[in-house]
Design a protein around this ligand. Structure first.
Ligand SMILES: Cc1ncc(COP(=O)(O)O)c(C=O)c1O
Length: 397
């Protein structure tokens, strides 16, 4: 049957495609090192699983408030408020099954045909997707490698037009690991006010950083009426399969988000929401030890990549991805990702799946144990050493 044109805007998730291919190779006996999927390799902390079991035993198995269980919305408001130093109203929190649905809600509630939504390129693929799905034009602004994966504010200014209604940010950033500074955020706040657009800030990696605490849109009281803060439980609490995320939205958008939630998912899983209260209110030791482990892996991976001729890797400041520039190896990112998977058993993602600016890069998730990361570096080095030297001035296809 012919599907609607709208379906063409929804890509097959590249990480899943690679994961499936890696699975086929494993079935035929290959030893695959998985660096393609963006999920922590640690178990959900046991106190959270226990809270879920207790919630099941207490009968928290029915429909609940489509906006989210009040106890969880209060816990989220308290957490975001404590982190940002600006109080948050639980009435402005909307809970969803994972962060992904709220990306759609953000675009569907703020954009219509003919509008423009700006996204940062490279980007988590869902960003331009949701803008186009809302029938608006997706306008990229480059995150510059040479600026340490920060925005050039002049380029952002140039991308704003009278039709701009939405700016989608993500810091700490997937795939580059870059972090926007407080000055960047302050400037963005000024631009949003001057040009009357909404800022959607995906802060799902907010707790995974290796230097100063990342700045958040929530820190700017002036953003209260025009910022949508998104986060979730997947990355911080190793809860990717539980499916729980949330948005903190301006009062004027609460009804729209609740309507979108009610009509698309009815509500988020009730017992999972009760477990999430314990994630926020319980010990944060597991988060600290996870980040310490990620830091160790990051240092080994980045150092190892930088020792391979033709590869240079910026040190990611947050999230759990290395995003090396591979333009010196004489192969495109797509070709290299393919060769690494098929010939060396290292599953990575080609940078170009994250947008034009990702071209010439690979994304490697350091969500696998250190010894496997060391083995991956060795295998990548071996593959690269067998490639013919790149021809000067000739762009790899
Ligand atoms: C930037 C970004 N936003 C959202 C998501 C999706 O998160 P969730 O599992 O909460 O839907 C991801 C997952 O990789 C991501 O990298």
């Amino acid at each position: 049957m012919k599907t609607t044109e709208r379906m063409d805007y929804l890509p097959v998730e590249p990480a899943i495609r690679t994961f499936m291919r890696a699975g086929e190779l494993e079935k035929s006996g290959a030893d695959i090192i998985h660096l393609e999927i963006g999920e922590p390799d640690f178990d959900t902390p046991s106190h959270i699983s226990l809270a879920a079991k207790e919630a099941l035993d207490r009968g928290k198995t029915h429909y609940c408030d489509p906006q989210g269980v009040l106890e969880l919305r209060e816990a989220i408001a308290a957490t975001v408020g404590a982190r940002s130093g600006v109080s948050v109203d639980p009435g402005c929190v909307v809970v969803t099954p994972g962060l992904r649905p709220v990306l759609f809600y953000g675009a569907l509630a703020t954009l219509q045909k003919g509008d423009e939504g700006i996204f940062i390129d490279p980007a988590f693929a869902a960003f331009p997707t949701v803008i186009e799905f809302a029938e608006a034009r997706a306008v990229p602004v480059a995150l510059r490698e040479e600026l340490g994966y920060r925005l050039d504010m002049n380029e952002l200014r140039a991308a704003i037009s009278p039709r701009t209604r939405l700016l989608m940010l993500n810091s700490p950033h997937n795939p580059s690991g870059g972090i926007l500074s407080a000055d960047d955020m302050a400037e963005i706040e000024g631009l949003a006010r001057e040009h009357d657009f909404v800022v959607l800030s995906d802060e799902t990696y907010e707790e995974i950083y290796y230097g100063d605490k990342p700045s958040s849109v929530a820190e700017f009281p002036g953003m209260r009426d025009r910022a949508i803060l998104l986060s979730g439980f997947s990355k911080t609490y190793c809860m990717t399969g539980w499916r729980l995320g949330y948005a903190v939205v301006p009062p004027s958008l609460v009804d729209a988000f609740v309507k979108l939630a009610t009509n698309s998912v009815t509500c988020s899983s009730t017992f999972v929401q009760h477990a999430a209260v314990s994630a926020l209110q319980g010990s944060q030791d597991s988060v600290r030890s996870m980040v310490a482990e990620f830091r160790m892996r990051r240092d080994v991976l980045v150092d190892g990549l930088n020792r391979i001729p033709g590869i240079s890797c910026h040190v990611p400041e947050g999230a759990f991805y290395a995003f090396p520039n591979i333009t010196g190896v004489g192969m495109s990112d797509v070709q290299l990702a393919d060769v690494l998977l098929e010939k060396a058993g290292v599953a990575t993602l080609a940078g170009s799946v994250f947008g034009q600016q990702g071209k010439g890069h690979l994304r490697l998730a350091f969500t696998t144990p250190l010894d496997r990361i060391q083995m991956a570096i060795e295998r990548i080095g071996n593959v690269v050493s067998t490639l013919p030297a790149p021809v000067a001035g000739k762009e790899p296809r």
